[in-house]
Design a protein around this ligand. Structure first.
Ligand code: NAD
Ligand code: UDP
Length: 331
């Protein structure tokens, strides 16, 4: 039996593929390289010293999905594939709804046809919207402020509906907080196309000299130093959370939603200081106005992950920055 990893050439998918192979799982990757490259697959092979099947194509291609499921005995799908740039989703809402929601429906239809009944889904802390109190617990109401966020809210509802209709189906909806870091080998990590939206890829480009400074969006929040606070989580910890979710789903039916974070908040200035310490590089910054849609602080209540999945994050912010710097500054 195999585990299908959609979007497995991407940032989180590639780290999860390495961890799955390390545990002896047989995996198959499907990716259309819309936001990744074949190099990441070479990296997974190099780190794991294992082989796996790869299908290049779009998850909305029903004929391709049918072939993937016919040629393999797929027990579970870990579903990372999706578009994830918040700003772009506002410019191109139809593309986001089609790729993320329609893509997930195509996978679920094919799973139904081939009697595959486990899905681990990449949701996001973005579904907590901007008016829940911190720390966020899984039972809080969900909402969104952009099309990307709505795709996560809708897909969560779709998976709950699937589990309601089919009592043999297991879905674990993992709400990621802010993944950063890279594999400790320095072989795989985050490689965003174009100008990064997220802070860590931006810091990496400033530290390497590609950009001359970081814009810190807001220094008048009600936080430790006035800058935004987030729950950064090492991507390898996040990857391990998927293995724990898969183990859980193999034993339990129904839908469960679980936060994957550290439970600790770090401000922008604390992150910059940690990166400078870990990399030995300067990260010059200037204060800029608040970014529209940003909340002051966001971190997870991680008690459900610990109780239900027996999982908790192991790495701290210094580990995340050190591993990130090793990957980003290796040339
Ligand atoms: P990523 O862009 O690095 O990886 C996504 C992968 O999916 C890419 O390799 C891309 O080529 C592929 N893909 C996209 N559309 C596809 C399609 N139609 N068919 C086949 N492949 C397709 O992103 P990531 O950071 O690894 O994120 C993985 C998942 O986690 C996404 O669903 C994202 O929304 C979610 N997520 C990410 C973050 C984050 O900060 N990185 C936070 C919360 C949730
Ligand atoms: N941020 C920043 N400068 C940037 C990008 C982000 O100051 O160039 C801040 C942002 O305002 C937030 C934190 O860094 O407080 C994390 O932002 P990111 O976009 O990485 O994650 P998200 O806001 O989606 O949680």
């Amino acid at each position: 039996m195999s585990v299908l990893v959609t979007g497995g050439a991407g940032y989180i998918g590639s780290h999860t593929a390495v961890q799955l192979l390390g545990c002896g799982e047989d995996i198959i990757i499907l990716d259309n390289f819309s936001n990744s490259s074949p190099e990441m697959l070479d990296g997974i092979r190099q780190i794991s010293n294992k082989t796996f099947k790869f299908y290049e194509g779009d998850m909305r291609d029903g004929a391709l999905l049918d072939r993937v499921f016919s040629e393999n005995d797929i027990e579970a799908v870990i579903h990372f594939a999706g578009l994830k740039a918040v700003g772009e989703s506002i410019q191109k809402p139809l593309e986001y709804y089609d790729n993320n929601i329609n893509g997930t429906l195509c996978i679920l239809e094919t799973m139904k046809k081939h009697n595959c009944k486990i899905m681990i889904f990449s949701s996001s802390a973005t579904v907590y919207g901007n008016d829940n109190p911190i720390p966020f617990t899984e039972d809080m109401k969900t909402s969104a402020i952009n099309p990307y966020g709505w795709t996560k809210v809708f897909i969560e509802h779709i998976l709950e509906g699937v589990c309601e209709a089919d009592k043999d189906f297991s879905a674990v909806l993992l709400r990621y907080f802010n993944p950063i870091g890279a594999h400790k080998s320095g072989i795989i990590g985050e490689k965003p196309n174009g100008i990064p939206n997220n802070i860590m890829p931006y810091i990496m480009k400033v530290a390497s000299g590609e950009y001359d400074h970081l814009n810190v969006f807001g220094n008048d929040y009600d936080t430790v130093d006035g800058t935004g606070v987030r729950d950064y989580i090492h991507v390898v910890d996040l990857a391990d959370g998927h293995l724990a979710a898969l183990a859980y789903a193999r034993k339990h039916k129904g839908a469960e939603t679980v936060n994957l974070g550290t439970g600790k908040g770090t401000s922008v200035l604390e992150l910059v200081a940690a990166y400078e310490k870990a990399s030995g590089k300067k990260v010059p910054y200037v204060f800029a106005p608040r970014r529209q849609g940003d909340i002051a602080a966001c971190y997870a209540d991680v008690s459900k992950a610990k109780k239900l999945l027996g999982w908790q994050a192991k790495y701290d912010i210094d580990d995340m920055c050190a591993d990130n710097a090793r990957w980003a500054l290796k040339e």
